[in-house]
Design a protein around this ligand. Structure first.
Ligand SMILES: Nc1ncnc2c1ncn2[C@@H]1O[C@H](COP(=O)(O)OP(=O)(O)OP(=O)(O)O)[C@@H](O)[C@H]1O
Ligand SMILES: [Mg+2]
Length: 245
């Protein structure tokens, strides 16, 4: 069953068309990896799904929330946002909050949870991302890999139906990439519905149910990892894969 449905999504910045009519469905439990060259619109697509960017046109449905971009009302956007959680390339942690508080903040502020309940969830999540002993650490005291595991923990704690990852490992030192990918594999095995923008091709091959290749604001082709990685149909996909492989 489709958890996410995007119809005819359009987004421009000034006179530059960045998303040029995207149609996309993601099923519950599906793990979709988005590939594409720099500037192809991958981040913008993720950001439009939860209205971090406002598209001009298109329909977005996640679970029971639905927004028509042309007539988007604030209340509907808020409802849509609660269906998603976002993991950023640069972690986007609050520097003046501890690891635990970075996770509990959204639970109390967005979900209206009591401080006590939020702390309980926060500590559980910290332990599932392997950082139970770092609850009181400041982001500056954590490695990039640990900070990103907090970023993922924050998204997990929200327990939204759809998780969005925008190049979660590309700011990390090479030796820290593995720990973050391993955590994402755990989420994948739990059948969390995820859309992941990444250049980690081996990860995509192992974990993705489907790979989508974007260029110029369009979905150029999509299929299983074998189809897209081993037998790409479009010359643009082939050129991209030659570069990254
Ligand atoms: N806030 C913005 N204002 C103006 N232009 C923007 C903005 N955000 C993105 N763009 C432009 O939109 C295009 C697509 O950007 P986007 O970040 O979605 O690409 P991307 O596929 O994620 O690239 P990368 O692999 O480098 O992250 C680029 O040309 C970019 O310069
Ligand atoms: Mg990007």
């Amino acid at each position: 069953m489709a958890l996410l449905t995007i119809e005819n999504l359009h987004k421009s910045f000034a006179d530059q068309v960045v998303l040029d009519g995207i149609d996309l469905q993601v099923d519950e439990g599906e793990i979709v990896v988005v590939l594409g060259p720099s500037g192809s619109g991958k981040s913008t697509l993720l950001r439009c799904i939860n209205f971090l960017e406002q598209p001009e046109q298109g329909q977005i449905r996640v679970a029971s929330a639905s927004v028509d971009a042309a007539v988007a009302r604030n209340r509907d956007i808020q409802t849509l946002r609660r269906q998603t959680s976002f993991v950023f390339q640069n972690y986007a942690l609050f520097k003046n909050k501890t690891a635990l508080d970075n996770i509990t903040e959204a639970l109390t502020v967005v979900k209206g949870m009591s401080a006590k309940d939020a702390e309980e969830v926060g500590r559980k999540v910290l332990s599932s991302v392997g950082l139970a002993d770092r609850a009181d650490a400041w982001p500056s005291e954590l490695s990039g890999g640990q900070q990103q595991r907090i970023g993922i923990g924050r998204a997990m704690a929200l327990d939204a139906p759809l998780m969005l990852f925008d190049e979660p490992t590309s700011a990390l030192d090479p030796e820290k990439v593995h720990e973050v990918l391993e955590l994402m594999k755990v989420l994948a095995r739990q059948k969390r519905t995820m859309i992941v923008v990444t250049h980690e091709i081996p990860f995509a091959r192992e974990v993705a149910d489907r790979i989508i290749f974007m260029d110029g604001g369009k979905v150029i082709e999509q299929g299983t990892p074998e189809e897209v990685l081993d037998n790409p149909q479009d010359e643009r996909t082939r050129a991209f894969l030659r570069q990254v492989l």
